[in-house]
Design a binder for this molecule. Structure first.
Ligand code: HEC
Length: 146
């Protein structure tokens, strides 16, 4: 969900991010914040508990532009990850993936944390991406039906 402001949140002892009780709202900025729709269900580990990933306004459209054209700073993701980012051969599916996971992977490729031949293909893709680009790509990929 694109949003300018999000509920203020905290991370509990089980490392789950939850809205602060009576905590008000804060600016989202260039972040992805993921919160349970129902904190009581989530903390009870109810498998039907749903989560909302808040992303900055305009990020899904910007991510689509970067993913399909490369936007002059990267290679089109669909060339390797397939139409709709649904994966191709042994190249992983991105559609419907957890957006924070996608962003974390992109920061890792950019920093060169893995030296495998497969990861080196992604290092070239990620080297010129800014934080805003990574957030936008993660928002777009996560918004696509798997
Ligand atoms: C030249 C081919 C190529 C292009 C272009 C490419 N990727 Fe990849 N991508 C790969 C390969 C290969 C892997 C698997 C890397 C590994 O196993 O370490 C991968 C892995 C990933 C992963 C990790 C997925 C997971 O399940 O852990 C993400 C996220 C990702 N790519 C995002 C992107 C985005 C976003 C773009 C476009 C900006 C893009 N990729 C463009 C080849 C490509």
């Amino acid at each position: 969900m694109e949003a300018d402001t999000v509920p203020k949140s905290w991370v509990n002892a089980a490392r789950m991010r939850l809205p602060l009780p009576n905590g008000g709202t804060e600016s989202l900025g260039s972040r992805i914040i993921e919160l349970p729709q129902d904190p009581a269900l989530a903390t009870a580990r109810d498998p039907k508990s749903a989560f909302i990933a808040y992303v900055p306004p305009g990020s899904v459209a910007k991510g689509e532009m970067l993913a399909t054209t490369g936007g002059g700073k990267t290679i089109s993701c669909t060339v390797c990850h397939g139409d709709g980012l649904k994966g191709f051969g042994n190249i992983p599916e991105l559609a419907g993936q957890h957006p924070i996971y996608i962003a974390r992977q992109l920061f890792g490729f950019k920093a060169g944390t893995s030296k495998s031949a497969a990861a080196q293909q992604m290092q070239k893709v990620a080297e010129n991406l800014t934080t805003d680009d990574i957030v936008a790509l993660a928002a777009y990929a996560a918004s696509q039906a798997p």
